[in-house]
Design a binder for this molecule. Structure first.
Ligand code: IMP
Length: 175
């Protein structure tokens, strides 16, 4: 396991991530056969997870992205802004939101309301990490990679002030 002074410890190794993401991909593929799902990746944290997940999706699908901003440092500001919107209409589509981590749930709560107003046929959430102990609003992701404690984690897309997204594993940040 790599030694890294910015980490208290590694939580999920590259292999653990790869195995779990493959399982999620198989499960989603089975659930969405014949439905032409639209995978909406939430930039920028989703990027590594999204890419690996899509390689494990075996049904026809479409890809799109949104960029939302709600964080500064290690705590949620609670204010969500849309920095980049979807390219196409989602009316009648089966949407799967692909997110790095659900923490307070404020970001996804905002996004679910926003996408529901656009007439999607269904909307589910696929997140790599779920931090349910920190929830401020009721949000229930259907597909969850791992549940984590109330710790600030980085790597595999997750950042601290825009750093460390490129780490191929996930670890607890040493503040
Ligand atoms: P929420 O609105 O509090 O659920 O936060 C969602 C966003 O906060 C995620 O998409 C992440 O970008 C960021 N976030 C929440 N917890 C962490 C963490 O432990 N590490 C890095 N980013 C986090």
């Amino acid at each position: 396991m790599p030694e890294n002074p910015i980490l208290e410890r590694v939580l999920f190794s590259e292999q653990q991530l790869a195995d779990r993401v493959a399982e999620l991909g198989r499960q989603i593929s089975a659930d969405y056969r014949g439905k032409l799902p639209l995978f909406v990746g939430i930039l920028r944290g989703c990027i590594l997870f999204y890419s690996d997940l899509m390689k494990n999706i075996s049904v026809d699908c479409n890809m799109d992205f949104m960029c939302l901003s709600s964080y500064s440092g290690t705590s949620s500001t609670g204010q969500v802004r849309t920095m980049l919107d979807l390219r196409e209409s989602i009316k009648g589509r089966h949407v799967i939101i692909v997110e790095d981590i659900v923490d307070t749930g404020l970001t996804l709560n905002y996004l679910l309301g926003n996408l529901q107003n656009r007439g999607a046929a269904s909307i589910e959430i696929c997140c790599l990490l779920d931090k349910p102990c920190n929830r401020k609003v009721d949000v229930h992701p259907k597909y969850v990679g791992f549940t984590v404690e109330n710790e600030f984690v980085i790597g595999y897309g997750l950042d601290y002030n825009e750093l460390y997204r490129n780490l191929p594993y996930i670890g607890v940040f040493r503040k």
